[in-house]
Design a protein around this ligand. Structure first.
Ligand code: BGC
Length: 466
């Protein structure tokens, strides 16, 4: 950040700071929907299967239709959030979320359930694209990293709440309540987003400068800072191309889009979602009974939430790259150990606890690093004129890879073996240490406009930040 902005930031009045933070918290609630959706299905599948008397294949379709919807939603969200605006896209996402979850709860056959999950997927595809974008555009630069991490915190809280609610409803086997109850937080989110201001950047893109100024004054409360930020936005708006055209014409933009794709491939291939979708089964492999499996799964959810605080505390202080290195190292080592333990077999109590503990260390490794930081980086590295497109492509990649991971784990376990599957993911994480060094920029304390300038001037990707 340059000296004008940092001086101004230091004098932001507390009521403006509070408004900005409240706005960010509300938008970050989109993450809660995301998490509820990821977490809710793992506990429901056994009951759905028994109720509808369907095969594992149909179950796979019910599970994965959500990710297909989300991938499609993420693609369309680029266009939506640029034409309708970020706020109205979030409203649309919230409405679809409520419709999808109610429909899941009342579905009378697997086909309806699949359609309902696609609608839910569309909702979080839109929300998972729009919320980080909105957050990056309204958060004061000094706390931008932490605010986007807040979004990840909401995802993890959503997952935890879903695990706990699954656990509670599992005693009566009420899968309809498991899936339907999430309409309630969805409706509250809808009320919240109706209150949000439009993103100042989007308003300026639409030529609504006066409104942008009003919003910024509310969020920053400091004339000097508002002028500075508006001048920065105006400058980056001068690039005349957009989205797909920019992608075709500008090789620098293609590099940032490629970086976003790579970052999301990295996030998913850490193997985190193997735990999110199959944790009970993995605990089963270690020798635990059904009830312990679900309790350990809840502990996984809680660990995921708590460790996200590490990222929130550190991201704007020590930066993105050191945390990513630490996370990938922790994940490589812990997965290698888990793979080895499973390979040699966990027979004693001590071995079982040790392996569960190591899996929790893996969760910590992800939650303190790649979980929040990949979303942060993806929203920071795209130039404004192509930001919708760039983040759309990376969010699409997130869901497409999520689908791949969710749909190959059991096949891998049956094909190459469970221990080897964990080693494979350990190897991926080791590769990501190198890729982080080679390609990932340090964006801590750099304005979005600075990042854009350096990218467009052809600097190496890892040098477009600090
Ligand atoms: C990822 C999700 C994952 C979640 C776990 C998110 O950042 O995108 O795929 O399930 O973290 O907390």
């Amino acid at each position: 950040m340059n000296s004008v902005a940092s001086t101004a930031a230091a004098t932001t009045p507390s009521h403006a700071k509070a408004t900005a933070i409240f706005t960010c918290i509300l938008a970050a609630l989109a993450g809660l929907m995301f998490g509820l959706d990821i977490g809710v299905i793992s506990g429901a599948t056994d009951f759905i299967k028994a109720d509808f008397a369907i095969s594992d294949r149909t179950i796979e379709w019910i599970v994965s239709s959500m990710m297909i919807g989300a991938a499609a939603g993420a693609l369309g969200a680029g266009w939506l959030s640029s034409s309708l605006g970020r706020k109205r896209s979030l409203v649309l996402g919230a409405i679809l979320f409520v419709i999808g979850s109610v429909l899941c709860g009342v579905a009378t056959n697997p086909e309806t359930l699949i359609v309902a999950r696609v609608i839910l997927g569309l909702a979080i595809g839109i929300a998972s694209f729009t919320a980080p974008l909105y957050l990056a555009e309204v958060a004061p630069e000094r706390i931008r990293g932490a605010m986007i991490s807040l979004y990840q915190l909401m995802i993890t809280i959503g997952i935890l709440v879903a695990f706990l609610s699954d656990l509670a409803f599992s005693y009566t086997g009420s899968w309809r309540w498991m899936l339907g109850i999430i309409a309630v937080p969805g409706a509250l989110f809808l009320l919240g987003v109706l209150w949000l201001p439009d993103s100042p950047r989007w308003l300026m893109m639409k030529g609504r400068t006066k409104e942008a100024e009003d919003v910024l004054l509310k969020l920053r409360g400091n004339r000097g800072m508002v002028d500075h930020e508006m001048a920065d936005i105006a400058e980056s708006l001068q690039t005349p191309q957009r989205g797909w055209h920019l992608f075709q014409e500008n090789s620098n933009f293609r590099r940032s889009v490629g970086l976003g794709v790579l970052l999301q491939v990295m996030q998913q291939l850490t193997g985190m979602n193997v735990m999110m979708y199959y944790a009970p089964r993995i605990f089963g492999t270690l020798g635990y009974d059904h009830e312990s499996q679900l309790w350990f799964t809840a502990i996984v959810g809680l660990t995921n939430v708590l460790a996200t605080f590490i990222a929130i505390g550190l991201v704007d202080r020590i930066g993105r790259k050191p945390i990513l290195y630490a996370g990938f190292v922790v994940m490589t080592i812990s997965l290698a150990i888990v793979g080895t333990m499973i390979h040699i077999g966990t027979t004693t109590r001590a071995e079982q606890y040790f392996t569960v503990g190591t899996l929790l260390v893996f969760i910590i490794g992800f939650a303190m690093s790649a979980g929040p930081l990949i979303w942060t980086l993806c929203s920071e590295v795209q130039p404004l004129k192509g930001r919708d497109f760039g983040i759309g492509v990376s969010t699409f990649t997130n869901w497409a890879m999520n689908w791949v991971v969710g749909n190959t784990f059991l096949t891998l376990v049956n094909g190459i073996g469970p221990g080897q599957t964990f080693w494979l993911y350990a190897a991926f994480n080791a590769v990501f240490i190198v890729l982080t060094f080679w390609l990932v920029p340090e964006t801590k304390g750099v304005t979005l406009e600075d990042i854009e300038r350096k990218l467009m001037h052809g600097k190496k990707l890892r040098d477009i930040g600090a």
